[in-house]
Ligand binder design. Structure first.
Ligand SMILES: [Fe+2]
Ligand SMILES: [Fe+2]
Length: 492
């Protein structure tokens, strides 16, 4: 095999591994022989769909079927033929969006909130086969020396040598053995206060010791592609009204969506866009931080929404725009944040083309489930978890999925509406997890879930300089619903 073919083989294998499929040798050599850089993602994506029911090993027959189909079905695979999103019927289903709830200092409502969190995440953990033998915490503490078992705890405090933990009716310490393995050390590094996890324990000298931690985590499931070949633009943190808002770049994106000044190839990509999701911080707001007025170009929040509306109304009318609020928008601060207040939404929705939802929300587009969350809790995660930082938001997103909670830490920087039910538990596993807030564009894949932190349209502010945050403005993510492929376009 020539060096070139060897490189192609490695590329095909890497992509197949990422998608969770195995290629038998004949299938691999056929894919290498027919390799086409532009087609390979689509062909492998199609193979994932084809073999979904039968297992994970791809045969030569499967490849023949898909490659043959790809040649005949150029349109539906969307490679050589232009498909206009305006000819595709809209398919939006709002799965979760939260309206305003009455806030109070009711202690009983707060107790119920944490009990609800414990109960929801416990039931995720209890459904795992490795959670036996299970003991409630009180019972675990009364077991004789050398007993072993599993329990489920909420972490109250994380210390060097022990965790203070609790369940519904008991609080205790769980000790971390000095000679604990790397896996446990790493998990403790990712553990957040107030998160709920399983503990595999043993009893020694009447004390509980942690053998390993069991995160509720998300199951590995294949990306469920849409039938229609349309795309979604994922973006956030426009900060309209700030002196640092990149209006020129934002207008470039709108011109791209309108197909203005594009090559034929670019036009094809742009004409597939059927939806835009904006994950919060649409405007810069007023009075969000001390002396913000000095950095504002538009000093009234109403005018900020009007200004942004003027831009968004230039987006082609067949593109639906889904918006959620961030910490700079006009709504309540505590998360879940209800949708942007109606009086401001009216100003923003000049085109009538907007769907306004809460932060967070879950929405299905052509059957692909998006969990959209502004991401305010990334600040807490960067503080408490070892490998999370502002410039690697995808690590914080992974931790949220592993702990099955968007904002576990209570009483720190993230304002939580900690009353009654806990809507921030990730009880439904998404296909796409979209966040913003830290102004850094990053994307990745975790257990087949597409992770996108969508950056910003605001250049670096003085406040960010002080925090050492280096934003990556003017990049939009484009996600193809047909195969889950994510690309990025720079409009700088
Ligand atoms: Fe922001
Ligand atoms: Fe934000």
């Amino acid at each position: 095999m020539s060096q070139n073919k060897e490189a192609v083989k490695r590329k095909v294998l890497a992509e197949a591994t990422r998608l969770g499929i195995l290629l038998n040798p004949e299938a691999l050599s056929m894919l290498v022989e027919n390799y086409d850089e532009k087609m390979i993602h689509t062909v492998l994506g199609k193979l994932v769909e084809e073999i979904r029911e039968e297992g994970i090993v791809v045969s030569k027959k499967d490849v023949e079927r898909v490659i043959g189909g790809a040649m005949k079905m150029g349109v539906s695979l969307g490679v050589h033929n232009q498909i206009l999103a305006k000819d595709v019927e809209e398919r939006i289903e709002v799965l979760k969006s939260y309206e305003a709830r009455q806030a109070s200092d009711d202690l009983e409502a707060r107790r119920k909130y944490f009990a609800d969190r414990y109960s929801k995440i416990s039931s995720i953990l209890r459904s795992r086969v490795d959670m036996v033998p299970y003991y409630p915490l009180r019972k675990a503490c009364s077991l004789p020396d050398r007993s072993e078992g599993k329990t489920i705890v909420m972490v109250y405090e994380k210390r060097e040598n022990y965790l203070v933990v609790e369940d519904i009716d008991f609080t205790t310490k769980i000790w971390i053995p000095k000679d604990c393995d790397k896996d446990l050390r790493e998990k403790i590094g990712r553990l957040l206060p107030d998160s709920v996890v399983g503990v595999s324990f043993y009893v020694s000298n009447s004390r509980l010791f942690c053998r390993s931690l069991i995160f509720p985590d998300v199951p590995i499931k294949r990306f469920k592609p849409a039938e229609e070949d349309v795309s979604v633009i994922l973006t956030s943190d426009i900060h309209y009204g700030s002196q640092k808002f990149s209006e020129k770049a934002f207008i470039r994106m709108i011109r791209w969506l309108r197909g203005e000044g594009l090559t034929e190839k670019e036009k094809e990509a742009s004409s597939r866009v059927k939806y835009i999701i904006i994950a919060g911080d649409l405007v810069d707001g007023v009075g969000v931080y001390p002396q913000q007025e000095k950095e504002l170009k538009v000093r009234s929040i109403e005018e900020q929404y009007v200004g942004l509306s003027n831009l968004l109304s230039q987006v082609p009318e067949y593109i639906k725009i889904i918006v959620i609020p961030g910490n700079h928008d006009a709504t309540l601060r505590a998360i879940p944040q209800p949708p942007i207040f109606n009086e401001y939404l009216e100003k923003l929705n000049n085109s009538g083309n907007l769907i306004s939802l809460s932060n967070p929300c879950m929405v299905s587009l052509h059957g692909v489930k998006f969990l959209v969350y502004h991401g305010t809790s990334m600040e807490d995660i960067a503080t408490f978890a070892k490998n999370a930082s502002y410039d690697r938001p995808e690590n914080a997103m992974e931790i949220m999925l592993q702990l099955r909670h968007l904002a576990p830490v209570y009483g720190s920087r993230t304002p939580l509406l900690a009353q009654g039910q806990d809507d921030l538990v990730i009880d439904e596993v998404p296909d796409v997890f979209h966040t913003g807030h830290v102004h850094v564009f990053r994307n990745g894949v975790y257990r087949e879930i597409r992770l996108i932190n969508s950056g910003t349209w605001q250049e670096r502010t003085r406040y960010q300089e002080q925090l050492g945050i280096l934003p990556t403005p003017n990049i939009a993510a484009v996600l193809m619903l047909k195969n889950g492929m994510v690309s990025q376009i720079r409009f700088a």
